[in-house]
Design a protein around this ligand. Structure first.
Ligand SMILES: Cc1c2[nH]c(c1CCC(=O)O)Cc1[nH]c(c(CCC(=O)O)c1C)Cc1[nH]c(c(CCC(=O)O)c1C)Cc1[nH]c(c(C)c1CCC(=O)O)C2
Length: 345
């Protein structure tokens, strides 16, 4: 049996008080992150610098004592590694040259992606070694985007909207859309397996825009590809549990939980944890789902919201987290207050 609380939970064991980590725990709300990022120059050069990326991955572990370190990288590293351009303009989010035709599809280089992603694997190795030496109960989580969500950015070229180009394409030309996803699937599988080989102990799949799809497309482009990825990962590395995050799936979460083979589902901010506890079998762990705005607000709101989630989750395998990422203006003291509350739950 593992001594790491998150691995215990993901093997189906209830652990109370529950282990906790936060999406985007390494990021702009931390002054030490902003300092390291300034040293790197920009976000991409930070992701590709193993020394500095390992440093920012470890910062929230040191400051807060969270139970997981999540690799510092981005879901859009996979299209970048396949040769699609990627920039992060200050304050504007990601920009990619959108794929709208066959030439864009054919330019994606699946075979070359592993070499370009090599610095990320070096980050994973460094973080794992540092955890084993200094934080032996902390779990290292690797990740990728869900195929639908990453395809949204590849086709749209940016975020911020409703991904109408991507949604149109999957209805108008499902064969072409499927070819984009097939290349992305091969690159994503290799990328996740490489993280596991480098020392990631858990893998999480962020399908942030899953809630944009009607049920028929949700089955075909979220559940089916996730189930295929999960099965292929299991064949190679049966020891590595997977957390799925089909954000804003609503009641489709039940089918996702039953059909993908993941060990845990992450609840988004809108999900009622009482409903989730009633509808997701206790053989699967749940993760989530404090409103990042309640964390930002702190005080009474933070205490009340966190207690509500704990009450709904008591008695089942559960990992405390947010329903989406930490907001940049969040005072670090609010995160510390949340960790104190959780440790005495
Ligand atoms: C959709 C998505 C992306 N990236 C990610 C998702 C899925 C989760 C979600 O829905 O938020 C996932 C992600 N992005 C990042 C991580 C690292 C680990 C973590 O701390 O959670 C993870 C797991 C770092 C990041 N990724 C990004 C930052 C901010 C970069 C900076 O320092 O300026 C960080 C810390 C940039 C990013 N990356 C992306 C966007 C839309 C943006 C811009 C928005 C923003 O600036 O907050 C794409």
């Amino acid at each position: 049996m593992s001594a790491k609380p998150i691995l215990k939970v993901l093997s189906g064991e209830g652990v109370w008080p529950p282990p906790a980590w936060l999406m985007r725990q390494a990021g702009r709300h931390l002054p030490e992150y902003r300092a390291t990022r300034a040293q790197a120059g920009n976000f991409m050069s930070l992701c590709l610098n193993p020394e500095l990326a390992a440093e920012v991955t470890l910062q929230p572990v040191r400051r807060y004592g969270v139970d997981a370190a999540i690799l510092f990288s981005d879901i859009l590293i996979v299209p970048w590694a396949m040769g699609q351009g990627l920039t992060f303009a200050e304050g504007e989010g990601p920009r990619l040259p959108p794929i709208r035709d066959r030439a864009g599809l054919e330019a994606l280089d699946v075979a070359g992606a592993a070499a370009k992603a090599a610095p990320i694997m070096e980050t994973v190795r460094r973080v794992r070694a540092a955890l084993e030496a200094e934080h032996p109960t902390t779990t290292l989580i690797g990740f990728s985007g869900g195929l639908w969500t990453v395809a949204c950015y590849m086709i749209e070229g940016k975020g911020g909207g409703e991904f109408k180009q991507a949604r149109r394409l999957l209805h108008q030309d499902p064969a072409f859309f499927g070819e984009i996803l097939a290349k992305l699937e091969a690159a994503t599988l290799a990328y996740l397996l490489a993280q596991a080989e480098a020392g990631a102990e858990v893998l999480m799949i962020f399908d942030s825009w899953a809630g944009q799809l009607p049920p028929s497309a949700f089955r075909k482009w979220v559940i089916e590809p996730t189930a295929r990825l999960r099965a292929a990962l299991k064949a190679a590395r049966p020891d590595i549990p997977v957390i799925g995050f089909p954000r804003l799936a609503g009641p489709m979460l039940v089918e996702y939980a039953a059909s993908t083979g993941v060990q845990a589902v992450a609840m988004d901010t809108a999900m009622d944890p009482v409903w989730a506890a009633a509808h997701i079998p206790a053989s699967l762990a749940l993760q989530g789902n404090l409103d990042p705005e309640a964390l930002l607000a702190g005080g009474e709101a933070l205490q009340r919201e966190a207690q509500g989630i704990l009450a709904a989750m008591k008695g089942r395998p559960f990992i405390f987290n947010l329903g989406h990422g930490v907001e940049q203006p969040t005072p670090p003291e609010h995160v510390s207050a949340l960790m104190r509350l959780l440790r005495t739950a």
